[in-house]
Design a protein around this ligand. Structure first.
Ligand SMILES: [Zn+2]
Ligand SMILES: [Zn+2]
Ligand SMILES: [Zn+2]
Length: 284
């Protein structure tokens, strides 16, 4: 599998357009990997993780086509991960012909948010209405935490995040081509039922991508700082969930708690992990 990061910032973007803090100013000067858009990632050329609000800009900036997207995994419905208007952008309403049918797996709450955003007709009939599904060229699936299901050539396991009590946030284990990716943002330290599920499935991750929102700041509950990140990494290893050559990457990087990319990458390398950046593409 190939994993391409389309957006690696926390909810406000990095630099935050409205912010003049030292990190944002330095990121503007340095450019390149220090410029981070809001969350989304691409697996191969057909599986999208999150309909993030900066998807269109990311595809343009990094010269990536999303024309072959057939599957979408939605982590949760926070605005920095979900802009449902992208579904209209890829539909016949916006002049797109012949796009593949899109299978969207998301929590019920995220699907409700999508239906709300798509306007009156969809809201009234619901996303599961056959006509709506045909017109938008999508099929939605409700994912409950700890469910394992197939999405085309991928085997997916959704596990619970520790994120926001008012909604269901999901982390995804994605298996394809004999390789295994664990995509884990937004979350604090993994909840015990999630550890139990990961153990039960005897996963061996080749690549792990984890929440690093609070970086050098204090510990958090719904997100992680670097100390918590390192602890979770150690536990993944001690629970035998990593291959010997597993690579771990930080994402969801906030301007208020993390230095610009080169400095952050140096700190992370000393602690044994990498830092994802927008446009970075790796073999899993
Ligand atoms: Zn987020
Ligand atoms: Zn700032
Ligand atoms: Zn969130």
């Amino acid at each position: 599998m190939r994993l391409t990061f389309l957006g690696t910032s926390a909810s406000e973007g990095y630099p935050n357009a409205f912010c003049a803090c030292a990190n944002c100013e330095r990121a503007r000067t340095q450019g390149g990997p220090s410029l981070r858009k809001r969350s989304a990632a691409l697996v191969n050329c057909d599986l999208l993780i999150d309909l993030g609000p900066d998807l269109m800009a990311a595809a343009q900036m990094h010269n990536i086509s999303l024309a072959k997207i057939s599957y979408c995994l939605q982590t949760h419905e926070h605005e920095d991960h979900l802009d449902a208007s992208h579904l209209l952008s890829r539909s016949v309403y916006c002049g797109v012909q012949g796009a593949p049918h899109l299978h969207i797996a998301a929590s019920q709450g995220a699907l409700n948010r999508i239906a709300d955003r798509l306007g009156k007709r969809v809201r009234a009939a619901g996303l599961f209405d056959a006509e709506v599904s045909e017109q938008l060229n999508i099929t939605p699936y409700v994912v409950a935490p700890f469910e394992r299901f197939d999405l085309g050539p991928y085997s997916i396991t959704g596990v619970a995040a520790q994120h926001a009590s008012e909604l269901t946030a999901l982390l995804y284990v994605i298996e394809g081509g004999g390789r295994t990716l664990f995509y884990a943002t937004d979350t604090g330290e993994l909840p015990e039922p999630t550890w139990a599920a990961l153990r039960e499935h005897r996963f061996r991750f080749n690549v792990v991508v984890m929440d690093h929102t609070f970086g050098l700041a204090g510990r958090s509950t719904g997100h992680m700082n670097s100390a918590q990140f390192v602890e979770q990494m150690a536990r993944l290893r001690s629970e035998n969930l990593l291959t010997d050559d597993a690579r771990i990457y930080a994402t969801h990087i906030a301007h208020h708690s993390n230095p610009p990319h080169p400095e952050l990458a140096e700190l992370a390398a000393r602690a044994g992990y990498g830092v994802a950046y927008d446009g970075m593409s790796i073999h899993v």
